[in-house]
Ligand binder design. Structure first.
Ligand code: HEM
Ligand code: HEM
Length: 162
């Protein structure tokens, strides 16, 4: 498979769309947590907008990540910038793959707990919160380090299709 010179418009669009949906998913989860606790105790739960949002936005993220993964496998991604050390290239690529993994496993375990009533799936779902947070943080710091310290202009790769 030939290596593309840059990300396609579709890859860039999907990158920013997932990032956007992920923010409320990540920070506004109190209602779904409360709903889940109530369900486990056999009580009625408060069906707020954020409960519905969490479930459907999670399903949308799963669909978008699978679509994105298929594009990544079929089309590929550009090589990392030459200025990066071998170690940085490895960390960046590893981070990208782990983000795919978590953003596919999170909704699957969410679905298993919410629709399947599987308590252990909810525990795994919850346990993936911190690793996801750490990886997204590392990813953003890495991008900013490249942009402003190494001056590779990496952000342009996620702005303009190539
Ligand atoms: C918040 C959720 C985010 C997730 C889940 C995420 C995920 C990813 C993934 C998986 C890739 C690999 C390319 C691909 O397969 O599409 C990537 C590339 C990239 N991301 Fe993000 N990203 C996020 C946010 C951000 C933010 C806020 C920035 C800017 C500060 C950013 C900048 C970049 C850049 C510049 C690349 C290209 C890196 C390269 O080609 O080496 N991302 N991102
Ligand atoms: C990428 C998609 C998703 C992300 C990033 C995500 C993230 C989170 C986070 C951060 C929490 C709070 C964990 C805690 O602090 O205890 C949570 C809780 C929960 N989520 Fe998700 N979620 C996603 C998709 C889904 C989906 C699709 C469903 C159901 C269809 C779901 C169902 C739940 C449930 C039931 C809880 C409560 C679990 C508990 O408190 O033990 N999630 N989610």
């Amino acid at each position: 498979m030939s290596v593309p010179m840059g990300y396609s418009r579709r890859q860039i669009g999907l990158h920013w769309l997932v990032a956007l949906i992920l923010v409320p998913q990540f920070f506004l989860h109190d209602d779904i947590k409360a709903a889940w606790r109530a369900i486990r105790k056999g009580l009625d739960y408060n069906h707020t907008t954020w409960v519905t949002f969490h479930v459907y936005a999670g399903i949308v993220i799963l669909a978008l990540m699978l679509w994105r993964l298929s594009i990544r496998v079929m089309r590929g991604v550009p090589r990392p910038p030459e200025e990066e050390s071998a170690m940085m290239k490895m960390v960046a690529t590893g981070t990208h793959w782990l983000l795919y993994l978590l953003l596919i496993l999170l909704p699957i375990t969410g679905l298993m707990s919410w629709f399947g009533g599987i308590g252990s799936a909810a525990e795994i779902h919850e346990a993936m919160k911190l690793p996801l947070f750490a990886l997204v943080g590392l990813h953003i710091l890495g991008a900013l380090y490249q942009q402003f310290v190494l001056r590779t202009n990496i952000l342009a790769r996620m702005k303009r299709a190539g």
